[in-house]
Design a protein around this ligand. Structure first.
Ligand code: COA
Length: 261
């Protein structure tokens, strides 16, 4: 357990807070491991009926830690490496039986957006923003999002988000169906927690079956798409495109892909 992921249980709701505010809650390997542990603990604990994700400070999460991406991309491929923490986290959110709710308190980038596609209810603060700059980084989207996003928002909006890496605000996210509702910043956590507690008090089997029915049909496709995305993602991580994009980020300059392919 890292101090960068906090857990608290109250009235049937496990609140999981991304807590690395000085780095915009960017997710490290240790944080993915802690998120996976939290989801496994929630699945096993009969007192937990709902899991609620949120972030500390002004961000939900700036996505994967780019330093970790750079380190992963410079390691040789290890065919014997087991499931990595990020893969375990994505598998667990994609297969969770208990409802997952997100309170998006600020910027959500990369996996901070794609993980929302696995949440049953997403509430956004008025100041929240959403961006999936995978292509800008020389990467491809993950978490089954190339399947789930177009089916949620349509091909055109998905292409704006994924090909152009366009950033959108909370109102637009609600309009295109990415979030259930937009709430005033100061009320987001209290109101989302109240909704989570309301859900936690409902008949658990009926909730579980309804979640399954709402999401169930596309699950085998999602698992298959996640592994296709994962193969491209792993290959791209080692590419000159990603190297250039990540160097540019840390050197605070625009990337130049003209020599990177
Ligand atoms: N990985 C590692 N560090 C990150 C990070 C990330 N994904 N996102 C932000 N940080 C760090 C910054 O390096 C900075 O650290 P420093 O204070 O030691 O310099 C700190 O968090 C604050 O970020 P900063 O860029 O100064 O804040 P900002 O408000 O100007 O911009 C973002 C915020 C999120 C728009 C910008 O940081 C960004 O684009 N981050 C990368 C997001 C990304 O590409 N994620 C991967 C998606 S697949």
């Amino acid at each position: 357990m890292t101090e960068h992921v906090l857990r608290a249980i109250d009235k049937g709701v496990m609140t999981v807070t991304l807590n690395r505010a000085d780095k915009k809650n960017a997710l490290t390997e240790a944080m993915y491991a802690a998120l996976g542990d939290a989801l496994e603990a929630a699945a096993k604990d009969a007192s937990v009926k709902v899991v609620l994700f949120t972030g500390s400070g002004d961000s939900f999460t700036a996505g994967n830690d780019l330093g970790d991406f750079a380190a992963a991309g410079s390691k040789p491929v290890d065919a014997n490496e087991g499931e990595r923490p990020v893969g375990r986290f994505l598998r667990l959110i994609a297969t969770a039986e208990k409802p997952l709710i997100a309170a998006v308190n600020g910027l959500a980038v990369g996996v901070g957006v794609t993980m929302l596609l696995h949440c049953d209810l997403v509430y956004a603060a008025q100041s929240a923003s959403f961006q999936t700059p995978f292509v800008n980084l020389g990467l491809v989207p993950e978490a089954g999002s190339t399947l789930l996003m177009p089916s949620l928002v349509g091909n055109q909006k998905a292409a704006e988000l994924f090909l152009l890496g366009k950033k959108i605000g909370a109102e637009k996210a609600e309009r295109i169906g990415l979030v259930a509702d937009v709430l005033p910043d100061a009320e987001l956590l209290a109101r989302t927690t109240a909704i989570a507690q309301e859900l936690a008090a409902k008949a658990p089997t009926a909730v579980k079956l309804t979640k399954q029915l709402l999401r169930g049909a596309s699950r085998p496709d999602v698992a298959k798409r996640m592994s296709e995305e994962g193969a491209h993602f792993a290959a791209q991580l080692r590419s000159a495109e990603v190297k250039e994009a990540i160097s540019a980020f840390f050197e605070k300059r625009a990337p130049d892909f003209s020599k990177a392919s």
